[in-house]
Design a protein around this ligand. Structure first.
Ligand code: NAD
Length: 280
């Protein structure tokens, strides 16, 4: 009899690799989260479209998924608030029975030079970008263990994908809170991956470079800003949210079953020291 460990991995295309599974995508009413939610749904997952503000935008994402033949519900929760995260998981379980995939995507910036950075802005960024990922991951792990393995759906008990950033390795002047939060995500992710691998839970990160979303609009909305930005990107194009969605679908699927504790940089080479492009 084949066990999840011994079953051969097929290299055949998996058009609906996530069929029957349920995903929570935090901060899914815009940008990368929206695209990841749509991508996971297209791969067959039921999707919880989490949002904190902008119920209309979240409802529109869920409606877009439904129009394409998928299944989605919007659920409001501030990921930095323990009780709201727990209520979101209860809502997901009430709607779909369990959760198989968590995409810890919600994030924000509150930028300032260090001497002007308020404690409130420090705490808000760390609270959402790092503590939020901890709170959601903890609830996900509790639910994965409660549910148990469903080998007909996935070789893994559960999958957690942390949205990090190239700023988990690239220092970023004027963004100390953001860079610290993403550096924290790097070791939170690796520690959870190490702790949970024996339970067949996979934890990985995606580290986007510059992706065209509302969070960094000033960096791409004028031709001059875009030209400056492209100097930092060896591939000479800004990333699109779909570039990240493709990576998320792969990391959520059994195609990446042996990938655990990894950060997948999806950055057009931004972490390749572009200053050395012309021989330094
Ligand atoms: P975005 O502003 O479009 O999306 C962020 C989402 O998070 C928004 O929908 C926002 O409402 C939500 N959010 C904020 N606070 C929340 C909270 N407390 N609870 C729940 N949701 C909350 O920007 P984006 O670029 O799509 O960002 C998504 C993730 O990607 C973030 O973690 C960001 O740090 C990361 N990232 C983005 C880029 C980029 O270039 N766009 C690069 C690296 C990393």
């Amino acid at each position: 009899m084949s066990t999840p460990e011994s079953a051969p991995l097929s290299t055949a295309p998996r058009p609906r690799a996530l069929a029957g599974q349920t995903a929570i995508v935090t901060g899914a009413s815009s940008g990368i989260g929206r695209s990841v939610a749509i991508g996971l749904a297209a791969a067959g997952a039921n999707v919880v479209v989490n949002y904190v503000g902008g119920a209309d935008a979240a409802a529109a994402v869920a409606a877009e998924i439904e129009r394409a033949g998928g299944t989605a519900i919007p659920v409001r929760a501030d990921v930095s608030q323990e009780a709201e995260v727990q209520a979101m998981f209860r809502a997901a379980i009430a709607a779909f029975g369990t959760v198989h995939i968590l995409v810890n995507n919600a994030g924000l910036q509150r930028d300032a030079p260090i001497e002007e950075m308020s404690l409130a802005d420090w705490e808000r960024v760390v609270g959402v970008n790092l503590t939020g990922q901890f709170l959601c991951a903890r609830e996900a792990v509790r639910e994965f263990k409660r549910r148990g393995l469903q080998p007909e759906l996935s070789r893994a008990l559960g999958k957690i994908i942390c949205m990090s950033s190239v700023h988990e390795v690239i220092p970023w002047a004027g963004h100390a809170n953001y860079a610290a939060s993403k550096g924290g995500v790097a070791l939170l992710m690796k520690t959870l991956a190490q702790e949970l691998a024996p339970r067949r839970i996979r934890v990985n990160s995606i580290a986007p470079g510059a992706i065209r979303t509302p969070i960094n609009r000033p960096a791409w909305e004028t031709p001059e800003a875009l030209e400056r930005l492209l100097r930092l990107i060896p591939s000479k194009r800004i990333g699109e949210p779909e570039d990240i969605a493709e990576a998320a679908v792969w990391l959520a699927s059994d195609a990446s079953d042996y990938v655990n504790g990894a950060t997948l940089f999806v950055d057009g080479g931004m972490t390749l020291y572009p200053g050395f492009e012309d021989n330094g």
